[in-house]
Design a protein around this ligand. Structure first.
Ligand code: AQP
Length: 344
């Protein structure tokens, strides 16, 4: 057992993760996060999944777009196989305990910790003076999202690893400062062929919903023609696919397409090369496009069917939030007591 696993033995195993409704859902979000959320739902462990709308507004969101994206994301979860009766599915702003615990963690986390976060540096860039305070404090709220449920495992993509480490630091500092063993030291679960799906235009950048180039990503709402066009135009190199995986080490764009194929087909990247090694991209890309349309088409069709009934989506999210609050409220109350708040 790892140290964290030993420390967590006293906690009920629980899975939490979230996705920002900051744009349309991408293939990166689907393969790196959502598909694995659905798999974890089937393990028998309690699962909570959240549209993190409070995180989304750390950068400007048009209000109407935020509403639409939140519902579309919820529809995406269900279309991908999430069962709202088995998992709790809700939007963050409807469970106020996230923001309340987030404030406590703002007072636990240190400025220096936040300043070292690569996502902060990437997103604020050279204009950090103009970035919102919320963007700087994002990881403290993320720690609250996780710890307000005493979450033991968080499935995420590779890009969130550093934020998960910070969540562990915040839990450990809180426990140490107040002399308690109250918060678990949460384990990240970063597994599978698609923990880091890269941009189709630049193999050194992750596929992202906020990338200005729509050609850089596959959106879960793209139709078959758009998917085929984006894969056909994806940046690659002139060499054929190799037979051995290690020969993709210096070929990030080729490696990315192989990883995407593997994740969609649910096989290993080496198995993709066993089948397609020696093929030119002129042959491999149409095979990948066909697979992607085959796997994503039914999800996209179901998403648009669900989006025809926004009231039903809202009802389901309200139900998920009410259930989530039954876990979060007592944990927040106990936190207030530990901190010494009168009337907690
Ligand atoms: N390219 C990716 N490959 C694998 N996993 C990914 N995730 C995101 N992009 C990739 C995983 O999706 C989950 C939700 O991410 P998020 O929406 O909360 O934030 P993000 O990581 O910042 O995603 P985006 O698409 O890049 O959003 P924007 O553009 O708004 O910042 C996480 O588990 C993440 O690891």
């Amino acid at each position: 057992m790892t140290d964290a696993a030993t420390a967590n033995a006293a906690f009920t195993p629980r899975v939490f993760s979230g996705i920002q409704p900051s744009g349309g859902l991408t293939l990166g979000n689907y393969l790196g996060a959502m598909k694995r959320f659905v798999e974890m739902q089937e393990t028998g462990i309690e699962t909570l999944y959240c549209m993190v709308d409070l995180h989304a507004i750390t950068v400007w969101q048009d209000p109407a777009a935020l509403t639409r994206n939140t519902r579309e994301l919820a529809a995406g979860f269900i279309a991908a196989g999430l069962d709202p009766a088995k998992s709790m599915l809700f939007n963050q702003s409807q469970v106020p305990e996230h923001a309340q615990l987030g404030w406590i963690f703002n007072c636990v986390a240190r400025m220096g910790w936040m300043g070292r976060m690569t996502q902060w540096k990437d997103k604020a860039g050279k204009h950090s003076e103009n970035a919102s305070l919320g963007l700087f404090g994002y990881p403290a709220l993320m720690a609250a999202d996780i710890l307000v449920y005493h979450t033991t495992q968080v499935p995420v993509g590779e890009d969130q690893k550093q934020h998960l480490e910070l969540t562990r630091d915040i839990a450990a500092k809180f426990n140490h400062d107040y002399g308690v063993e109250f918060f678990p030291i949460t384990e990240p679960v970063i597994e599978g062929a698609a923990t880091r799906v890269m941009s189709l235009r630049d193999g050194s950048k992750k596929m992202s919903k906020s990338d200005p180039s729509d050609m850089s990503r596959i959106n879960m709402t793209d139709d078959a023609d758009a998917i085929a066009k984006k894969i056909r135009k994806a940046r690659t190199d002139p060499d054929p696919l190799p037979e051995a995986l290690k020969d993709l080490d210096d070929r990030p764009e080729a490696r990315n397409l192989v990883n995407i194929y593997a994740a969609l087909a649910e096989i290993t990247p080496q198995a993709v090369l066993d089948e397609h090694g020696g093929a030119q991209f002129g042959a491999f890309k149409p095979a990948l496009a066909e697979l992607a349309v085959d796997k994503l088409g039914p999800i996209s069709a179901e998403m648009s069917r669900l989006m025809d009934d926004p009231a039903e989506i809202d009802r389901m999210l309200a139900d998920g939030a009410a259930r989530a609050r039954t876990i979060a409220a007592p944990i927040l109350k106990k936190t207030y007591e530990i901190v010494g708040m009168v009337g907690a």
